[in-house]
Ligand binder design. Structure first.
Ligand SMILES: CC(C)(COP(=O)(O)OP(=O)(O)OC[C@H]1O[C@@H](n2cnc3c(N)ncnc32)[C@H](O)[C@@H]1OP(=O)(O)O)[C@@H](O)C(=O)NCCC(=O)NCCS
Length: 230
């Protein structure tokens, strides 16, 4: 599909779209069977009122996509989170346009901040690489407890905590304004390593699935011993 979109910084009059955006975020996570840090419509609305969100529309005015900015560690870090494209508009380059816009907004508002994101998707890794982000370990992200608390609503939170916040299903990517590769270089690196990243994402999914199976097994054995649920 070749569509034209309007991608802009969200404003007060867009607040009415908060509920539909939240629903789409939850539905997409469910469909993918992946985790997500859940956000309420009020949270999304606040982001719009604060000028910390980007919203996109199709030519006929249909809502098409969204993303927002979060600040952590006293604005030393900025996360571009909650990227969502309405299903009917996917694979037409819209996510790339939204990420470009939210990246520019983040750089404008917080020029000193390191910009980061967590993702389980190769498409988002590709977009981030095109912008100059590189994959990093979780230790290079904000250690602000409030950021990690946002993961509590994700189905994989147990895994994150069992790994002491050092690893999970998501891949961490970061853009450091003071020390970064050029976008052409990170894009090239992604191209060279895309197959390896795909394998790593698959291995992570399998390994962490095993963790859940073992946990469920241990719980059943414990219940059988204590007679709970029998
Ligand atoms: C992920 C999502 C945002 C992508 O939106 P989209 O508008 O379809 O993405 P785009 O069309 O802009 O494509 C982005 C780029 O990723 C590439 N891409 C897509 N899938 C890919 C894959 N499996 N491997 C490598 N690159 C991939 C595309 O080719 C495109 O690059 P190009 O323009 O250089 O060809 C959308 O599918 C979505 O909303 N999913 C549900 C929510 C979600 O997963 N959000 C991300 C949370 S981190």
């Amino acid at each position: 599909m070749n569509q034209n979109f309007e991608v802009m910084v969200a404003e007060r009059h867009h607040a009415g779209f908060a509920a539909v955006i939240c629903d789409e975020m939850a539905n997409s996570a469910k469909a993918r069977g992946t985790g997500i840090a859940k956000r309420s419509p009020d949270y999304i609305r606040d982001k719009m009122l604060e000028g910390k969100a980007v919203i996109a529309f199709a030519q006929d005015g249909t809502w098409a996509g969204f993303c927002y900015v979060e600040c952590w560690s006293h604005e030393a870090y900025v996360a571009n989170s909650g990227l969502i494209v309405a299903p009917q508009f996917r694979k037409s380059g819209l996510a790339k346009m939204i990420k470009q816009k939210i990246f520019e907004l983040s750089r404008l508002k917080y020029p000193e901040a390191k910009i980061f994101g967590l993702t389980t998707g190769l498409a988002v890794m590709k977009i981030n690489s095109d912008l100059g982000y590189e994959p990093v370990t979780y230790s290079e992200l904000t250690q602000d407890d409030d950021f990690w608390k946002g993961c509590q609503s994700c189905v994989n939170y147990d895994i994150l905590m069992s790994k002491e916040r050092k690893n999970c299903l998501c891949t961490a990517m970061l853009y450091d304004p003071k020390d970064h590769w050029q976008p052409e270089e990170t894009a090239q690196q992604f191209k060279q390593r895309a197959k390896a990243y795909e394998r790593i994402l698959a291995i992570k999914r399998i390994r962490f699935l095993k963790y859940f199976i073992m946990k469920a097994h241990n719980k059943t054995s414990k219940n059988e011993k204590t007679g709970i649920g029998i």
